[in-house]
Structures are given as structure tokens and as C-alpha cells.
Design a binder for this molecule. Structure first.
Ligand SMILES: NC(=O)c1ccc[n+]([C@@H]2O[C@H](COP(=O)([O-])OP(=O)(O)OC[C@H]3O[C@@H](n4cnc5c(N)ncnc54)[C@H](O)[C@@H]3O)[C@@H](O)[C@H]2O)c1
Length: 381
């Protein structure tokens, strides 16, 4: 089998995790590595017996790779991705595809121009219950969406934020829990519930010594008039897995960590409301029996699917262009939180750039005692 030669750019915690997965895949081959820290580049290149570069541009120009997997801090994703597209390489970007909607637009335009494959590491899209929920919504079984809810508290200690210079700063990552821990849940929320057209959010830094937000709550309005609610933080332990409800006129989906439930209403709420002759009661509610598909899931499945898409065998499960959806939502919530006013989606590109420029000007390069590059044990299986 032809192998897609992948250049790994960014060999920290997650990059090292992805290297293990590439090596397990018959479709992929680790061709070269790059890390801005020369010692990390040397160590990881030597350990894996592949050429290594401190400057990602040299890896891109080396002719050794068909594709790059970008696993640097978020600000570099679009800069590196655009350079790779210009050199005719396929790109798989870690989430988030970048930090601002304007940068995402530029990333998407470069991908389109290059006609190369552009994927994003939204591995939660591969989970069986998520695949099934997508199918149910696509089939129209829950009808027109009436209400949404997504609640996803995470936990990170101060030691996590103090483990690297970029974490928890406007200069280093351009946001807090929204841009770092929550993009997966937000992606699924946008995928299943669609993009709201207007949000009003509250953001704050509650328990950590960081510049960026560690708690967010928001009310949402959708183009069809439906309302929704969103909550996230890095302040809650035990952290709860993403809990989501998508309520339609004729059914409701409830998504928990590894499961999806479907309740159907007969007749639909709108029909029952218009036709019921008695004072009490509602439509007949039925919990449908569902069977989760047997599928591979996780980071490895996204890398495999990306290689298969390059070979022309499969459609992408997580196209890079759809990475814009979560950036719209994240930027809208941060902007609304800062302005203390409602914000429309699509987000005003110039207004968001201006806000972030101001926040970056006040942001300080962080000094840390020792930079950690360790993989989150939950991803190291
Ligand atoms: N999909 C997931 O489940 C998941 C999980 C964790 C992290 N991530 C994402 O992966 C990215 C990296 O996170 P991490 O935890 O591995 O961080 P990390 O700090 O452990 O590693 C980042 C690495 O990138 C290197 N780097 C910085 N700038 C670079 C550049 N310009 N060129 C080459 N290398 C550069 C750093 O030296 C470091 O080794 C983030 O965007 C994060 O959101 C995704």
C-alpha cells in the first residue's frame, strides 16, 4: 500500500502522541519532524530515525513529505498551514484551526486555492454516538430545531497553566477555555445544532492566575428563532463530559459521554399545540431503540481518514473548512463577554482583530520554571 509521508510540525505533548498513531497506521509514514525548540526536534527526530528541522519551512521545502500534521500552539496553525498549501502539501491541523475568524478565512482561502486536502483534528466526530446523532439529525427525525443546550465543564490546575510559556495568555494562545479545552465540544454543538446567529455571553477568570477566561456562560439565538444555552469552564472537578440536548419539533436528542438517546414526539409539538382538544397532556413520547455503529474512533481514525481522503478513497470526517464554525462561536463569545453586549455571527472580522490586538498589547510573555511537553494521559492510549 502507498503510504502518505507525513511531516510532524510541533513535537510537544500532542505531537508525540500523534507520532505513535502514525506509526501504527499502514496508510501513513512519519517522514520528518520539526519543532521550534532545536533540542526537541533533534531528540524526537533521532528517536524516530527521521530527518528533523528546527525551522518548519525547511521541512515543508524538503521534498520529504506529502502532508503535514500541525501540532504547535494555535497561533501558528494557519501560518504553517498556508505555507504548506503554497508548497503543494496536504494539511491536517490540530484544533483550533487558528485563533481568529480573519485568520481562518485566510487559511480556508489558501486551502481552496491549493486544491489539496485540508483536515482538522476533531477526533470526537469519529465517536460512534456522535456519528449516529449526526445521522439522526440529517434524517430530519427531530424536525425543526427549537432549543439547544451544551454544558461542558473541564478541570485544569494552575500547574497546567504554568507548564508552558504560551498557556493561558492572550499573546500565547489568544483565549482560554474556549480556544483550548472546548473546541471539540463546540465543534459537536455546531455540527449537530448549527451555528447561532446571535450570542450574549459572560466570560471571566474565576480561579486561575491567567490572563484569559476560565469560565463562560452564554445565551444563543438561532436563525430560525430557536434559543440555546452554552456553559464551559476549567474550574470544575470532577469535570463532566459534554452534555448536549438538541430539541426539535418532533424529537429530541440527548448526547452524553459515550451515548445518544432519541425521544420522538407524536404528533409534533406544533401539531399537538394546534389540534389538542383537552386541557392537559402532550404528544406521545417514545424513546427509540438505537444501535451504535461499530467504528474506529479517536486521533488515529482522523489521521487514517485524512490519508484515505488524500488517496481519493474517502470523504473527510472533519474537513478543515468546518473548523471555521467553532472559531466563529468562540470569537463571538469572547467579543460579547468583553463588550458585555450581544454579538452577531458571522463575527465582524475587523472588530475581533482590534479587540485581540488590544488584549495582546497588554499581555505578558510568561516565564516558566520548566517547560513541560507531556501528553495528556487520556490521549496516550
Ligand atoms: N486534538 C486533541 O485532542 C488535542 C489535545 C491536546 C492538544 N491539542 C492541540 O495541539 C496543539 C499543541 O498542544 P500541546 O499540548 O502538544 O502543546 P505543547 O506545548 O506540549 O507542544 C507544542 C510544541 O510546538 C512547538 N512549537 C512552537 N512553535 C512552533 C513552530 N513555529 N514550529 C514548530 N514547532 C513549534 C513547541 O516547541 C512545542 O514542542 C494545540 O493547538 C492544542 O490545542 C489537541
Amino acid at each position: 500500500m502507498k503510504k502518505i509521508r507525513i511531516g510532524m510540525i510541533g513535537c510537544g505533548g500532542m505531537g508525540q502522541g500523534h507520532i505513535k498513531k502514525i506509526k501504527e497506521l499502514p496508510e501513513a509514514q512519519l517522514a520528518a519532524v520539526s519543532d521550534a525548540d532545536p533540542e526537541t526536534a533533534r531528540k524526537i527526530g533521532t528517536e524516530n530515525n527521521v530527518p528533523y528541522f528546527a525551522d518548519y519551512r525547511k521541512l515543508i521545502k524538503s521534498g520529504l513529505c506529502d502532508a503535514v500534521l500541525i501540532v504547535t500552539p494555535h497561533y501558528f496553525h494557519h501560518e504553517i498551514g498556508i505555507a504548506a498549501f503554497k508548497s503543494g502539501l496536504h494539511v491536517l491541523s490540530e484544533k483550533p484551526i487558528t485563533v481568529t475568524v480573519a485568520a481562518a478565512d485566510a487559511f480556508l482561502a489558501a486551502a481552496k486555492k491549493s486544491r489539496k486536502v485540508f483536515g482538522v483534528m476533531f477526533q470526537q466526530r469519529t465517536f460512534p454516538h456522535v456519528r449516529l446523532a449526526r445521522e439522526i439529525i440529517k434524517s430530519g427525525r427531530i424536525g425543526k430545531i427549537q432549543r439547544t443546550l451544551a454544558v461542558e465543564p473541564h478541570y485544569r490546575s494552575q500547574a497546567y497553566y504554568d507548564s508552558s510559556t504560551w498557556r493561558g495568555t492572550w499573546l500565547g494562545e489568544g483565549g482560554g477555555v474556549l480556544i483550548n479545552q472546548s473546541p471539540h465540544g463546540i465543534d459537536l454543538f455546531m455540527l449537530l445544532g448549527g451555528l447561532p446567529s446571535r450570542v450574549i455571553a459572560k466570560t471571566r477568570t474565576k480561579i486561575h492566575k491567567i490572563e484569559v477566561e476560565d469560565e463562560v456562560t452564554a445565551l444563543l439565538e438561532y436563525p430560525n428563532g430557536a434559543w440555546g444555552y452554552y456553559y464551559t469552564s476549567t474550574c470544575e472537578d470532577p469535570a463532566s463530559p459534554l452534555f448536549m440536548e438538541i430539541v426539535g419539533d418532533s424529537g429530541k436528542i440527548v448526547l452524553t459521554e459515550n451515548d445518544v438517546k432519541l425521544f420522538t414526539f407524536k404528533p409534533s409539538i406544533s401539531k399537538h399545540n394546534a389540534t389538542a382538544k383537552t386541557m392537559w397532556g402532550g404528544p406521545e413520547i417514545k424513546e427509540e431503540k438505537l444501535k451504535l455503529p461499530k467504528t474506529e474512533s479517536g486521533h488515529k481514525e482522523i489521521i487514517r481518514n485524512f490519508c484515505a481522503a488524500i488517496m481519493g478513497r474517502e470523504k473527510l470526517l472533519a474537513p478543515g473548512a468546518e473548523g471555521l464554525w467553532s472559531i466563529e462561536f468562540i470569537n463571538a463569545l469572547i467579543l460579547s463577554g468583553k463588550k458585555e453586549k450581544p454579538v452577531n455571527i458571522p463575527v465582524n472580522r475587523k472588530e475581533y482583530e482590534k479587540l485581540l490586538d488590544g488584549l495582546k498589547k497588554k499581555s505578558k510573555i510568561k516565564k516558566v520554571k520548566k517547560v513541560e511537553r507531556t501528553t495528556d494521559p487520556r490521549h496516550d492510549k
